[in-house]
Design a protein around this ligand. Structure first.
Ligand code: HEM
Length: 499
């Protein structure tokens, strides 16, 4: 008995010493390293428990106490949280190069993607080459104009599908159909083929695998907070992601192989794949086969869920605010009634209210509330504090949209706030950066801009929308769920009524 209590006392004393030493080291290193202020980190877990299930809310609250430049320990990872336009400008304009690295999540190691992906490569030569190719051959004004007809066709298919739901009085899952449409717009742009169907009975291998990866990437991963555990993959997330990613890469490879064979018989589609294969033939060092498969893979992951969740939020906000829906609809109807009644991308500059609705949605519900986490590639001093090399940078775009010092009525859906100002999301106005800013700004911004307006505009121009189960607009559940993107907690399901 005595022996047992002695052992217990010893263990207790040992534990106490460990905790005291960790606290002293943390205090000492914090004051020495001049990190920005932040909540005191617990031994081992740091501030992990303070994240909660909506980390963008929790960090916004903490930054009100510690300031817009804040430091935390997430497990063993030093994390710097940026929560004001001024500080964001320092990071992504003044010191853009120093913060151009990526904090790579462990799941990104699926099929070695992190080493070939435009999203996760460090901002060196390889990444620059991929950015240049995407800019020139995919997202230039000329390429986007040339692909308008295909987006128009895909939106028409969406409207046809909704018309069928109308006839059979079936509810439409807005997020689901927006995901199918965004995926098909991308797959036709790149490969000239559909990768998804609206009808849920058809097998949808590609779409299901993309969904599965999104779910895995959105889950908190212990390995990201304690890199020492990475090799164990404690939750099996990497292992599962590998299975789905291999299936996606196999499908992409199959399409490329078929195209290479078809090209030898000189048929052309003039899509992105044709253009890149041609580039590869002229100069293999500009883009090789592996670059291509990982570039396409990255675009499908980065470009589908972001677009579809924004569209779902926009529809939800309009249905929740019927007076705003009416203003947006009348603006479109007035403009297109003499123009075959079909909304086109060239109409967008004449639809200021529709544009304000999309801005307001991205402002209230940025799909990537922390952007895609950056990493400092060297020590940098900001406002007298040290942001150390390898620190993870979370820019809380969501919190910046809620700052009452910058915006009036920050909790309300008020597209009008964007009507008389020139504020835009192109990376110049640091109070509003849902696509990021600086050299790592979203390369798909202009494409997303076109898709979102044309899809939303067509859905509200052609139909009225009734909530399932006769729920009243004011009683809608508008809560959100944190994951890879910021989703609606309760997916929007609505019954279309022809206008
Ligand atoms: C509403 C739609 C979208 C939103 C809100 C969005 C937002 C973002 C954000 C916040 C980033 C990170 C920026 C940063 O690190 O500072 C990003 C990166 C990226 N996005 Fe988008 N995005 C959207 C649509 C798209 C589309 C349609 C594509 C392509 C088809 C795309 C491709 C990419 C890629 C490849 C990156 C990585 C860029 C890099 O690391 O260099 N995104 N996006």
């Amino acid at each position: 008995m005595e022996y047992a209590s002695l052992t217990l006392s010893f263990l207790f004393a040992f534990l106490l010493t460990c905790i005291t030493v960790t606290i002293t080291i943390t205090l000492f290193s914090r004051s020495r390293s001049r990190l920005p202020p932040g909540p005191f980190p617990f031994p081992v877990i740091g501030n992990l428990l303070q994240l909660g299930n909506k980390p963008h809310h929790s960090l916004a609250k903490l930054s009100r106490r510690y300031g817009p430049l804040m430091s935390l320990k997430l497990g063993t990872i030093t994390t710097i949280v940026v929560s004001s336009p001024d500080i964001a400008k320092e990071f992504f304009q003044t010191h853009d190069h120093s913060f151009s690295g990526r904090a790579v999540p462990d799941v990104a190691r699926m099929v070695d993607h992190n080493n070939h992906s435009i999203v996760f490569l460090p901002a060196g030569d390889h990444w620059r080459r991929l950015r240049r190719i995407s800019k020139e051959y995919m997202f230039s004004l000329q390429r986007l104009d040339a692909s308008e007809t295909l987006r128009q066709k895909k939106v028409k298919e969406l409207i046809d599908h909704v018309n069928q739901c109308c006839t059979s009085e079936r509810a439409v899952s807005i997020g689901g159909v927006a995901f199918t449409t965004s995926l098909n717009i991308l797959s036709n742009f790149i490969f000239s083929m559909d990768f998804a169907q609206y009808d849920s009975l058809t097998s949808q291998e590609f779409k299901d695998n993309v969904w599965a990866i999104m779910e895995l990437v959105g889950k908190p991963n212990i390995g990201d907070f304690f890199p020492i555990l990475k090799s164990l993959d404690p939750q099996g997330l990497l292992q599962h992601a590998n299975v789905y990613a291999k299936k996606i890469i196999t499908i992409i490879d199959r399409v490329i192989d078929q195209r290479v064979q078809a090209l030898s018989s000189s048929s052309t589609n003039n899509d992105v794949l044709d253009v890149l294969l041609n580039l590869n033939q002229i100069d293999e060092s500009s883009i090789n086969r592996n670059d291509m498969r990982h570039l396409f893979f990255a675009l499908f992951i980065a470009g589908t869920d972001t677009t579809s969740s924004t569209l779902e939020w926009a529809m939800a906000e309009l249905i929740h605010n019927p007076d705003k829906l009416e203003v947006a609809r009348l603006e479109i109807i007035k403009l297109v009634e003499h123009k075959e009644n079909i909304l086109q991308e060239s109409h967008l500059p004449q639809l200021p209210y529709l544009q304000a609705v999309i801005k307001e949605t991205l402002w209230l519900h940025p799909p990537a509330p922390f952007l895609v986490p950056h990493q400092a590639i060297r020590d940098v001093e900001i406002q007298g504090f040290l942001v150390p090399k390898k620190a993870q940078i979370l820019c809380n775009a969501w919190a910046m949209g809620r700052d009452p010092k910058v915006w009036s009525h920050p909790e309300s859906f008020m597209p009008e706030r964007f009507l008389d100002v020139n504020t835009n999301y192109k990376g110049q106005d640091f109070e509003f950066i849902p696509f990021g800013a600086g050299r790592r700004i979203c390369p798909g911004l202009n494409m997303a801009h076109r898709i979102l307006h044309i899809m939303l505009g067509s859905l509200i121009q052609k139909f009225n929308w009734k909530l399932e189960g006769n729920i009243k607009a004011k009683d809608m559940d508008m809560s959100e769920k944190f994951g890879l993107t910021l989703q609606k907690n309760v997916p929007l399901k609505v019954i279309p009524v022809r206008l």
